[in-house]
Design a protein around this ligand. Structure first.
Ligand code: PMP
Length: 437
């Protein structure tokens, strides 16, 4: 049984899953796959739990794709949204609005070094688009370097940075060079950061004029399956890229706001300070909000033209995002992520000793990956088994994410109010499901 929660969802009288699915198929554009064989009709959320149409409760270990940072419908965030909505929903950058300026100040106070200039946008994709534009304008070069196995967005520009063929279309990708991924589990150089960094230098030496616009990487790869970069990698690569005239961009869309537990930002786990940081998802607890934070020098290039975004950081999103920062601090969610995350990792590693199908357990804080293989030595993806386990977990009341090129990595990235009891329930459910395979 799920840990007790003491919250009753409202009686639901809306359309049922089959009706919603029918409309979705007719009116919402086709997609390669739906997450579950029988899609889940979610009607209510409270903190780390979701409720379906029948009132059944599920432990949400994926947080709406790593987005619900404080918890579903967190009361403080809701209050801030409601209060601002009643006064003014929309301002645009042609007027002043204190909610936007206050939020920018609060966000800048969370950044190290000279990273003090904030641009608000509406999503992670948009944030990375703007970051790439800034890098190209600032450096005067075109070539961008990104990691294989990366996900940075699905727009015409950022899809070039993304390097997972599940997401890419055959369209012109622009000047993008994808370097060998410094992945300690799958990577050809193990955890040897220098050899991976050498590949970046080789790309610059042999694939460009010797100058690049920039380098972008998630500090722990999210969609790619919670892959931590080899220790020391970013330090070496940032040096190489800066020598080639490029700027260094950290994509913190999944890793920011204390999710890694050990640090507020993922880049701190590698001991670097980027030139541009992009963020979204957890910043708004579900509001459509993203941001780019950079230095005054880089921001200066944007002054050449009108910098304009109709919705970016509108008053409601700003008030909500500002409340998110306050909640995460007040509830000490970073320390909580570290504590619950290490408990979860410990239990998963013990589970790995009993189930051969678990090839790798990795991650930090509440950003955890479990890679499933049919052969530990060959690391053969356990595709069919992953699909079965995924459905079984849902049956048991646990929702997780899937990731990696072969979809054989379970991604555990719950709202940061997730407790040790929740972690125990998840591990026990996984244990049970695996023993029934
Ligand atoms: N960067 C990373 C690391 C992401 O995980 C995602 C979304 N999965 C994006 C960028 C794009 O964000 P959005 O879906 O908000 O456009």
């Amino acid at each position: 049984l799920l840990p007790p929660f003491g919250y009753e969802p409202r009686p639901y009288t809306g359309p049922l899953a089959d009706q919603v699915l029918e409309k979705r198929k007719r009116f919402l554009g086709p997609s390669l796959f739906y997450y579950y064989q029988k899609p889940l009709n979610i009607v209510e959320g409270k903190m780390q739990y979701l409720f379906d149409e029948s009132g059944r409760r599920y432990l949400d270990a994926f947080a709406g794709i790593v987005t619900v940072s404080c918890g579903h419908c967190h009361p403080d965030v809701l209050d801030a949204i409601m209060e601002q909505s009643k006064l003014l929903q929309h301002a645009t950058t042609i007027y002043l609005h204190h909610a936007i300026a206050d939020f920018a100040e609060a966000l800048a106070s969370k950044m190290p070094g000279n990273l003090k200039v904030v641009y608000f946008v509406n999503s992670g994709t948009e944030a990375n688009e703007l970051a790439m534009l800034m890098a190209r304008l600032y450096s005067g070069n075109l070539g961008m370097i990104a990691l294989r196995n990366a996900y940075h967005g699905g727009s015409a520009g950022t899809i070039g940075l993304t390097a997972l063929n599940t997401w890419k279309y055959s369209i012109p990708q622009g000047e993008i060079h994808h370097v060998v991924n410094p992945d300690p589990y799958h990577g050809i150089f193990g955890s040897d950061a220098s050899r991976y960094a050498k590949d970046v230098q080789d790309h610059i030496d042999f694939g460009t004029s010797g100058k690049v616009a920039g380098f972008v990487a998630e500090t722990i790869q999210g969609v790619g399956g919670a892959v931590e970069l080899a220790p020391g990698y970013l330090k070496q690569v940032y040096d190489i890229v800066r020598k080639a005239g490029g700027v260094c961009i950290a994509d913190e869309v999944q890793t920011g706001f204390g999710r890694t537990g050990s640090h507020y930002w993922g880049f701190e786990t590698q001991g670097v300070i980027p030139d541009i940081v992009t963020m979204a998802k957890g910043i708004g607890n579900g509001l459509p909000l993203g941001a780019v934070v950079t230095t005054p020098e880089i921001a200066n290039v944007m002054a050449q033209k009108i910098q304009f975004n109709t919705f970016g950081g509108n008053p409601v999103c700003s008030a909500g995002g500002h409340a998110v920062l306050r909640v995460l601090d007040k509830e000490k969610r970073q320390a909580h992520s570290a504590d619950v995350g290490s408990h979860l990792l410990g239990r998963l590693r013990a589970l790995q000793e009993r189930h051969d199908i678990i090839g790798d357990v990795r991650g930090r804080g509440l950003m955890v990956g479990i890679e499933l293989v049919t052969d530990r030595k060959e690391k053969t993806p356990a595709k069919a088994e992953t699909a079965l386990l995924f459905e079984k977990l849902r049956e048991l009341g646990v929702l997780v994410g899937k990731g990696g090129l072969n979809g054989n990595v379970f991604r555990i990235k719950p709202p940061m109010c997730f407790t040790k009891d929740d972690a125990d329930f998840l591990v026990d459910a996984l244990d049970y499901a695996m023993s029934k395979l």
